[in-house]
Write a protein that binds this ligand. Structure first.
Ligand code: CO8
Length: 276
């Protein structure tokens, strides 16, 4: 299999669909086509006939370092296009609205085995999962560095950071672009379980999360699970959908201004760094 075929893996194991982000050499940063692929696989998992859970996991030391700042497709685009509505409506607005909706509307239990830190758009998506299992609180953090990149919140994170971590931590994350530590995420109730970093490899950790999840839903009535998920969503849908549409409109404005394009180049050359 080529690297491209291997970058995101999909498997159905018993009643769980497992999606593995498998680009450890880039800390699981995803380029545009890879976010698209992730979305299509989440869609496929949603349509599986016999699964109850969709588990998203990753390889290596990071869950995901967010969007790939070295996305070659951007370097090859002529300047006029790089600041045009046409380019960003397709590559940013449509993609982000679609991905965020897919995660929010997923009808199965959506769980994540979080092997390490999560950054950017991937953090937005992680904030939309139902159950969060973290390997090591000491190395895990959430980073929403949009203010450091000339961008605004993505993946409905302006709503979900507030809902899952509270106003103060949401402000630190979005207004100050500060990482939110594993301990803070645990205290806020974002993390369902953590494992004290006890596994030697990410694969062992991922296997344990799979087993724990399976034990947790064994003997429960599937249709009740799915209907309860719909009910839980009723009260949160409104603010998540509203945030999603507002975020992409403001985000589009930032890409048209051109600041993020420059910041991404500076990030790649380490001229711009994140607070860690
Ligand atoms: N994109 C591409 N490559 C990455 C990324 C990334 N986001 N993050 C890390 N890598 C690569 C590094 O270049 C390095 O590769 P190499 O070994 O070939 O030099 C390798 O992963 C290891 O990274 P580091 O050596 O930097 O590891 P550290 O532990 O020192 O640092 C950090 C880890 C802090 C994660 C650091 O790599 C970093 O700051 N990465 C950038 C994270 C980031 O800003 N992501 C983007 C967030 S914004 C977002 O997701 C939404 C934007 C929407 C864009 C839409 C575009 C179409």
């Amino acid at each position: 299999m080529s690297d491209e075929e291997n970058d995101i893996l999909y498997e159905v194991r018993d009643r769980t669909a497992i999606i593995t982000i498998n680009i450890p050499q880039k800390l699981n940063a995803l380029n545009g086509p890879q976010y698209l692929k992730l979305g299509k696989l989440v869609e496929r998992a949603n349509n599986e006939e016999d699964t109850v859970v969709t588990l998203i996991q990753a390889s290596g030391r990071f869950f995901s370092a967010g969007a790939n700042f070295a996305d070659n497709s951007m370097a090859d685009v002529e300047p006029a296009k790089l600041f045009s509505h046409e380019y960003w409506l397709e590559r940013f607005v449509a993609r982000n609205v679609w991905l965020t909706n897919l995660f929010n509307d997923h009808k199965k239990i959506l769980a994540a085995a979080v092997n390490g830190p999560s950054i950017g758009l991937s953090t937005g998506l992680l904030l939309l999962v139902d159950l969060v299992y973290v390997h090591d609180l000491n190395t895990f953090y959430l980073l929403a560095p949009f203010a450091n990149l000339g961008l605004v919140a993505e993946g409905a994170s302006s709503a979900t950071l507030f809902a899952r971590l509270g106003w103060s931590k949401a402000s630190e994350a979005l207004l100050l672009a500060k990482p939110i530590s594993g301990a803070d995420c645990l205290n806020a109730g974002f993390i369902n379980k953590h494992y004290d970093g006890k596994f030697k490899t990410t694969e062992e950790f991922n296997d344990q999360v799979y087993k724990d999840l399976n034990d947790a839903f064994e003997n429960l009535h599937e249709d009740s699970i799915f209907q309860n998920k719909q009910l839980l969503k009723l009260s949160r849908d409104q603010y998540i959908n509203h945030a999603n549409s507002q975020e992409v409109m403001r985000g589009l404005g930032k890409w048209l201004e051109g600041v993020p394009q420059t910041r991404f180049v500076q990030l790649a050359s380490k001229e711009v760094k994140h607070k860690l």
